[in-house]
Ligand binder design. Structure first.
Ligand code: SF4
Length: 365
């Protein structure tokens, strides 16, 4: 065990050794879901996933990669705008995410004005320099939404618009538990998202579904502690929200960021890749900011897509991977037709995607 743990870059190897031993000794069998690409990276990179499995703890990544859960319809909306002469800005990962027939990268190769930006500020700078309309594809969970909200509320250029693909985590967790595809015994909640929303929004889930939850940080020891705390809850018959990441996450979260989101956005029902429509899980700009809402301003262009159903790429199991019901290597394309250099689905595009993480650390076999 000691040698096994030496490979970890842990804050305190002795504590990690003790925690791991206690998890084993608890002799509890659990299915635990997390919804965070960074958690998955840590779990796979440091071999925790396999080690915990041997201890009876099966860890499953859910829909925790914002790029991955963006739907083909949203990609098609951006492509439609791009092909209509609007200047499109998006993060690099989004460029490669396939729509139904092509990606934004392909639209760019076909002559559309599609630009990679590293932040929303880059997109605003561009809008300040040119006269053409500039649309920013705003993708992300509660962690990144405050930046978009702040940009809109502080007065963006008149020719700057946001296509909101922003989503919020608690309704998705509720949907997963309600769907009941997986027999989940615990949830590890994402540290970054929780730094914004705090721990209270998770409480109804424990009350409703009797499920233990722990907010955890991103170091190997954080995750080991998070699992240990879940195991303790199960052993003691508790179903509560506990916070392992107290050095960053406060019970009430970041009130200023919450206020910023609330000021600019309102909840909307939206689907996630692999999921049906999840009530209240999306965000759209409020009416008072509709002059920057691409779906309102360019409704004449985007209305053409209304009612159309956009399919996943053939044989891509990203939807199932995102729901945690399929492992990346169970997809017949994994490491063969689909690699990070030539991704078929978004879970292989994004470094937060399960398929990309599995490929990078376990190889493509
Ligand atoms: S390996 Fe590729 S095609 Fe298969 S689920 Fe993952 S991203 Fe989709």
């Amino acid at each position: 065990m000691k040698d096994e743990l030496k490979q970890f870059k842990l804050r305190n190897e002795k504590i990690a050794e003790k925690v791991t031993r206690k998890i084993r000794e608890a002799n509890v069998q659990m299915n635990v879901m997390h919804v965070c690409g960074t958690h998955q990276d840590t779990l796979v990179r440091y071999g925790l996933e396999d080690m915990l499995k041997q201890a009876g703890i099966n860890i499953i990544q859910g829909p925790g990669c914002p790029v991955c859960v963006t739907t083909p319809r949203e990609v098609e909306e951006m492509i439609k705008l791009a092909e209509s002469g609007v200047v499109i800005t998006a993060f690099g990962d989004m460029m490669k995410v396939p729509g139904e027939k092509k990606s934004l990268m392909h639209a760019k190769q076909d002559g559309a004005d599609v630009r990679v930006v590293y932040s929303i500020d880059d997109a605003v700078d561009l809008a300040n320099k040119i006269d053409e309309p500039v649309v920013f594809m705003s993708v992300g969970f509660e962690t990144t939404t405050p930046t978009t909200a702040s940009t809109i509320s502080r007065g963006a250029p008149d020719n700057f618009y946001v296509l909101s693909c922003n989503r919020v985590i608690p309704p998705a967790l509720d949907a997963i538990l309600k769907m009941g595809e997986l027999n989940l015994d615990g949830l590890i909640e994402p540290g970054h998202v929780s730094a914004i929303i705090g721990t209270r929004p998770y409480e109804p889930l424990s009350e409703r579904y009797g499920i233990p939850q722990v907010v955890a940080g991103f170091e190997p020891l954080d995750l080991l502690m998070g699992v240990y705390m879940l195991v303790q809850q199960v052993k003691e018959g508790r179903a509560e929200v506990e916070n392992e990441y107290g050095r960053v996450v406060k019970t009430e979260g970041n009130l200023k960021a919450q206020k910023m989101i609330e000021e600019v956005f309102e909840p909307m029902d939206t689907d996630w890749r692999g999921f049906p429509v999840i009530p209240g899980s999306g965000l759209k700009p409020r009416d008072k900011y509709s002059e920057h809402d691409a779906r309102v301003v360019f409704s004449d262009i985007l209305d053409e897509l209304k009612g159309k159903k956009f399919e996943e790429r053939e044989n891509c199991l990203c939807g199932e991977v995102l729901r945690g019901v399929t492992e990346p290597n169970e997809c017949e394309l994994f490491g063969k037709g689909c690699t990070p250099g030539n991704p078929v689905g978004p879970c292989m595009v994004s470094r937060e995607g399960s398929c990309n993480i599995a490929y990078r650390y376990r190889g493509g076999g």
